[in-house]
Design a protein around this ligand. Structure first.
Ligand SMILES: Nc1ncnc2c1ncn2[C@@H]1O[C@H](COP(=O)(O)OP(=O)(O)OP(=O)(O)O)[C@@H](O)[C@H]1O
Ligand SMILES: O=P(O)(O)OC[C@H]1O[C@H](OP(=O)(O)OP(=O)(O)O)[C@H](O)[C@@H]1O
Ligand SMILES: [Mg+2]
Length: 304
């Protein structure tokens, strides 16, 4: 069935069908209020509130479908986008900041190989044969023995077993916690790529406005996670110093506080978005500079 012709009025949004990115993608769709019901393992789900059809696909196939214009939008790892050689055919809309890991060259921890140069001419196993080939082609060019060819072989999963099986001298695979690598008796000697999940779009999409709405919704969810809202009161004369501590994302909101008595000093209330990981320091600095009634509030969602 040709989905582009069958669902002409719907934006086709490719989402990983399972695996490491699946749950986080569902959370993101949920947070962006893209409602859908996926019946028992069905690979297409129509959104019930937006003209979107979600297409559940293997993460590795998503850059190809989006790059060739069969889907309008997709979420997958940067590693898959680069491996599929599709970054020229897709627009990278947003780093979604989950699914973070590194594509690393790994060798037996107890062996004598300590640098990638020693692997030129040897056997490498990976699910990322294109990225591995590109990497070793560059090394071969500068290698002392320019006749040497590195042998790169594809396996679809459980790549770490290849060294123990004697199939490979090294592997190129993803590492997050490092547990799988350690359990297989391997150690990293080089990072080929640092990756995370990205939102990509087709350059030929018929729905550029809806693509932008979805991008903005996702961006809002990421900002809501990254920031908290900091509210506090202070005498107006301290405003300049306090704004230097919490300038806000664009600018802080400043409002006047009602005076109880006409002779009271002018007071203001400030409200500013502050990076979540800096909030402890910022509260200390505000307190020291004379702010009071400092409140920190969670942001559930936002458009920035
Ligand atoms: N351990 C990990 N930690 C974080 N992100 C990861 C990890 N492994 C993979 N990813 C990211 O998720 C993407 C999809 O990997 P995933 O393992 O879900 O797919 P797969 O290997 O094709 O499927 P499966 O492992 O279910 O057979 C990767 O391309 C990478 O961007
Ligand atoms: O550093 P860690 O936290 O241990 O994660 C790394 C592992 O995660 C992925 O495997 P996955 O579980 O997807 O299995 P697969 O090899 O079959 O794809 C990746 O291929 C590594 O094997
Ligand atoms: Mg995997």
């Amino acid at each position: 069935m040709d989905l582009v012709n069958h669902l002409p009025d719907r934006l086709l949004f490719a989402v990983p069908k399972k695996g490491r990115l699946y749950e986080k993608c569902c959370d993101l769709l949920n947070g962006a209020d893209i409602k859908f019901r996926r019946s028992n393992r069905l690979d297409i789900a129509l959104s019930t509130n937006l003209p979107i059809a979600l297409i559940f696909l293997p993460a590795a196939d998503i850059p190809i479908f989006v790059g060739e214009g069969n889907c309008d939008l997709g979420i997958t790892g940067l590693d898959q986008i680069e491996e599929a050689l599709m970054n020229e055919h897709t627009t990278d809309l947003l780093d979604l900041k989950f699914g973070s890991c590194k594509l690393q060259i790994q060798v037996p921890a107890d062996g004598d190989i300590t640098s990638p140069e020693q692997l030129v001419g040897k056997k490498i196993v990976s699910s990322f044969t294109r990225l591995s080939t590109d990497y070793f082609k560059k090394l071969e060019k500068v290698s002392e023995d320019s006749e040497l060819t590195t042998h790169i072989r594809y396996v679809g999963g459980s790549v770490e077993a290849s060294c123990a099986l004697g199939v490979a001298d090294a592997i190129v695979d993803l590492v997050e916690s490092g547990e799988t690598m350690k359990a297989a008796g391997l150690k990293p000697i080089e990072t080929v790529l640092s990756t995370s999940a990205h939102l990509i779009s087709s350059k030929e999409t018929k729905f550029p406005e809806l693509v932008e709405v979805i991008r903005q919704r996702f961006e809002g969810i990421l900002a809501a996670k990254q920031y908290v809202l900091c509210n506090f009161n202070a005498p107006r004369r301290l405003l300049h110093d306090l704004l230097a501590i919490t300038p806000g994302r664009r600018s802080a909101t400043v409002s006047s506080l009602e005076k109880r008595n006409p002779e009271d000093e002018d007071w203001v209330a400030l409200s500013a978005m502050v990076e979540r990981n800096a909030i402890g320091d910022k509260m200390d600095q505000l307190k020291k500079a004379g702010a009071t009634d400092i409140l920190v509030l969670e942001i559930n969602n936002c458009r920035v």
